[in-house]
Structure formats: C-alpha cells, structure tokens
Design a protein around this ligand. Sequence first.
Ligand code: G1P
Length: 306
Amino acid sequence: MANPKPSTPVPAPVHKVRKAVLPAAGLGTRFLPATKAQPKEMLSVVDKPLIQYVAEECVASGIEHIIIVTGKGKNAIEDHFDSAPALERFLEDHGKKDLAEMVRKITNMVQVSYTRQKEPLGLGHAVLVARDLVGDEPFAVLLGDVIIPGPRPATRQLVEVYEATGVGAIAVEEVPREKTHLYGIVAGDPAPQPPWGARLQRIRDLVEKPKPEKAPSNLAITGRYVLPPEIFDCLARTKPGAGGEIQLTDALRILAQERGLWAYIYEGVSYDAGDKLGFLKATVEIALQNAELGGDFRKYLKSLQL
Ligand code: G1P
C-alpha cells in the first residue's frame, strides 16, 4: 500500500486510553542545588510533590495504570506512591484519621509500575523504554515538571480528541517568539471541527527547540501527549537530534507524516515547575486557590505592598 499523504490523519481502531507514561529520569539541572540529592519530581508546590499533581491529572483523565520511567537517585518517587503502614498507624494512634486517610489515598489512587532508563539518552528514549509495559495500545505521556491544575485536565481533553478521531493529539499553547528555543514547536494547519472548533490543528511539521528565526510558529508543545502505539516504531527509527538526544518531537514528526497528528490548543494554564521562576509562579497561584491557606496568603501578599 502506498504511504498516506503526509499529515493526512489515518484513523486507527480506537481503544480506550488506559495507560500513561511519566518520564522522570532527568537530572533536574535547572533546579540545582535543590535537586542534587532529591528528584525534581518530588519538589513540593504548596503541600504536594509535582509528581502527585501529574498522577492526579492522570486519574482525573480516566487513566488506570501509570508507568513511571525513573533513573538513579529517584527512589523517593517509589516510596511516595508505596504504602506506609507505620506512618498510617502512627497517625491513627494520634487521632489524625484524616491525615491517615489522605496518605492511604495516595497509595491506592492508581496502579503504578516502574521501569528504568539506564542512560540519559533523551525524552524520546525514555518513552521507548516503556514500550513493553504499554504494549499495543494508545497511551498518554505527561512530563513531570509541567503542572496544569484545573477541573478539566489537559490530558482528559487530549483523550477525548483521540477517542473521537483515532488520531494522536498533543497539547500546545502560544509562547512569546523569543522563547521558542525552550520548546518543541509545531507547524499546523487549522482543522476546525465540532466540538473543538479552532482549537484543533493538523500538524505539518515539528521542530525541537528552534531559534526564534527558524521557528515555524509560536505554538509550543506543553508536555501532554496522547499517542497511538505506532509511536514506538517511530521512536525506534529516530536518530539523536537537538542536544545529541533522542527527541520525542523528532519521532512525532515521523508519526505526523505517516499517520497524522493533531495539535490541540488546550483549555487551561500550565506551569513549568522544573524552572525556578515557573515553580514560584505555580506556588503563589496554587497557594492563592488553596481552601485552607488562600485567604491568609492573599492578605499577606497584599501587606507586602510591592
Ligand atoms: C520537553 C520537550 C519539548 C516540550 C517541553 C515542554 O523539553 O522535549 O518538546 O516543549 O518538554 O516542557 P524539556 O523541557 O524537557 O527540555
């Protein structure tokens, strides 16, 4: 059979999106020294580690099984999702049933499996490492240093696009031109259709971290993806790209050409919490929305008279 026309969506038989891959093997160099002996995914925004925000987004998006790709020095992530009987007993013995329940909920919220990326060969390679655990079904990818709080998670929105069209979808958002070198950038053609309207674009091309003058647009990849299993063959054919690493963005280019891929301008706000300023913004805004602390925190910020 002849190859389909580049960028023409080729719907595959649609299966429910049950699994998610969370790459968490990176060294977190943007956040040193905090990440010298601590995984960046365990940095806490207000009262929860970043990886828990991401796991909660998975659960709210219908995901049943999370696969975390770890590396050296990441044991704290496994401990966080593991059961903690001694801690639960202590809390119950001291009349803190609510806290004991909260700790138990983290353990029981979703099935979690772990696999290891043995060498830092890039984000694309980290996703490829999860191939056997994902198997022959569609899956989500969520980057652990991006948090997108809100009632309708970005991953849920992508799952809806995938399950309705049978074509993979990635979340994108506009960024200032001078920042294109920090993101994967997409070139797309508007493909409006109900119920998504102009939020949907058919991807023509993707470039990882282009300089502003080489960027095909200012639509950046946010760190949320829903992909068909064919992405694994694309990854296996992907040569090292930007930074000498096997880039997920380069494999997505192959997928877009061979099977089609949507860019979806998701509804919501993302924080790049793997970056110090992004982390501070996330902390302030999420603290302001916190039921327990928000009021006092707002008063405190106002008192600073900046
Ligand atoms: C990764 C991806 C990039 C994406 C970004 C979103 O880059 O490679 O395409 O735009 O995440 O945060 P990283 O930030 O890991 O360098």
